[in-house]
Design a binder for this molecule. Structure first.
Ligand code: UDX
Length: 459
């Protein structure tokens, strides 16, 4: 079969894999290839068990793989054969040198740009798909167009707004697709090629075009706004606990204001995931660099409140359990940073587990999807840790359950059965406010919700 267009995704991670699969699914006339240097990862994408868990992803990969979707390790060949290249490599936070802990580590990205330059034999449209600091496209352009008389490259910014756990739905029915380009004839031509690609399934009015810097900054700003909402409601949860107000009620009332809206107002043990913290710290770094220290401090507070919320949760547990956790067995319900994903990056559960071990508690971790990642996250820590898939067995002999992830499964468990297997007095700390607290209290648990009065049996 002759394909109309050849598309390449460099980076077979959470963004590259699902993006490629969706394009392949919606554009059967395009050939889409995903490449990565990590052979094991590519082998997983070619196997029955995909390296990332996303509802609905298996199905679209099964439908397209081998037809117009391919996973491969031959990056040079992929570059030579494609017209559009999506750069989906990861941009972790820098751990060394200037900007360590704040700025993005761009070494993988720069390596990719140089690889494209080395292997390309014809003009390409290079699309920034991963979240990059503002002005990365400029650096990309400079590297790519650094050869006098060489091939011309157009660089576009097309940030990914998908959230994990709902990636397939988010990509199929996006709120908006954003394409940033240079304000030149050449830039517009490249932009229109990408617009046409998305127009295969996205209504035209949802495809937004902008200048390339607005596009890069909008992605970071969107995550700042979302994270800020979570940090704000989490800060409110702390006042609720001191005043006997109920954060769930407050959140509902505030969210009914049409200007504010109801979403992203669930108090939690803290936000996690690969984006929020990283993107906000990127902005903080950028602001400091640009001589805007007040703005940097303001943004940084969003992250600080998040750290505070995680630690506050642990200290609440300690206080409720008579100021000592030493030798007590505590079960963490969930380890993923949110439900419906196996991803544990920046999961608040990591902080909680680490702190409980420091308090010399024994930790039992249960999670329907994330136990392998949990094991890797906690490797090398001192203390007693066990990983048990079955929540009933995990809670056996524990003094407390701490809900870390809002998996639907935890709502439907038989808490009577669980209570019988636990040591008394038994505690529940619900870091996601998902359980039926009254019912758990009636069974005999001492229940500590988040941002709501505790339900205890102590006089
Ligand atoms: C986020 C953005 O939503 C997405 O647009 C961007 O491209 C990548 O970052 P993701 O990290 O997958 O996506 O998760 P998201 O659903 O945004 O949740 C982030 C964190 O906030 C999770 O830990 C979640 O549990 C927490 N959260 C979310 C709350 O604590 N309360 C809420 O009301 C909503």
């Amino acid at each position: 079969m002759k394909f109309e267009k050849r598309i390449l995704c460099i980076g077979a991670g959470f963004v590259g894999g699902p993006t490629a699969a969706m394009i392949a699914c919606k554009c059967p006339r395009y050939r889409v290839t995903v490449v990565d240097t990590n052979r094991e990862r590519i082998a997983q994408w070619n196997s029955a068990t995909l390296p990332v868990y996303e509802p609905g992803l298996d199905e679209i990969v099964r439908k397209t793989r081998g037809r117009n979707l391919f996973f491969d390790t031959d990056i040079p060949k992929g570059i030579r054969e494609s017209e559009i290249i999506f750069v989906c490599v990861n941009t972790p936070t820098k751990t060394f040198g200037a900007g360590a802990g704040l700025a993005a580590d761009l070494q993988f990205w720069e390596k990719t740009a140089r690889q494209i330059l080395e292997h390309a034999r014809s003009p390409k449209i290079v699309v920034e798909k991963s979240t990059f600091p503002v002005k990365t496209a400029l650096a990309m352009e400079r590297i790519l167009n650094s050869r006098a008389g060489g091939i011309h490259f157009d660089v576009l910014s097309n940030p990914e707004f998908l959230a994990e756990g709902t990636a397939v739905r988010d990509m199929e029915f996006p709120d908006r697709v954003l394409i940033g380009s240079r304000d030149t004839e050449q830039g517009y031509r490249a932009r229109d090629v990408l617009v046409a690609l998305y127009a295969n399934w996205v209504p035209r009015e949802r495809i937004i075009t902008s200048n390339i810097w607005s596009s890069e900054l909008s992605k970071l700003a969107a995550n700042l706004f979302l994270a800020q909402r979570v940090s704000t409601i989490n800060a409110v949860s702390a006042i609720c606990e001191k005043t006997e107000a109920d954060v769930t009620e407050v959140s509902k009332i505030v969210g009914m204001d049409g200007r504010i809206g109801a979403r992203f107002l669930n108090a939690s043990i803290g936000f996690g995931g690969s984006c929020f913290k990283k993107d906000i710290l990127n902005l903080v770094y950028l602001c400091r660099h640009e001589g805007l220290p007040e703005v940097a401090d303001y943004f940084e507070a969003v992250v600080r409140i998040n750290e505070y919320q995680k630690e506050r949760f642990v200290l609440n547990m300690l206080e409720a359990m008579f100021n000592t956790l030493a030798g007590k067995r505590i079960c963490l319900f969930g380890f993923a940073f949110k439900a419906d994903t196996s991803d544990t990056r920046e999961s608040p559960a990591i902080h909680v587990a680490r702190r409980l071990l420091e308090e010399k508690a024994e930790v039992v971790v249960t999670d329907p999807r994330a136990l392998d990642n949990a094991k890797a996250d906690l490797r090398g820590l001192d203390g007693k840790i066990r990983f048990v898939q079955d929540p009933y067995r995990a809670a056996q002999g524990c003094q407390a359950i701490a809900v870390m992830t809002e998996w639907g499964l935890y709502r439907g468990l038989d808490y009577e059965k669980i209570y019988k297997r636990m040591v008394r007095p038994a505690f529940i700390f619900d870091g996601r406010n998902i359980l039926d607290h009254r019912r758990c209290h009636a069974i005999g648990f001492n229940v500590y919700p988040l941002g709501r009065p505790a339900l205890t049996h102590f006089k």
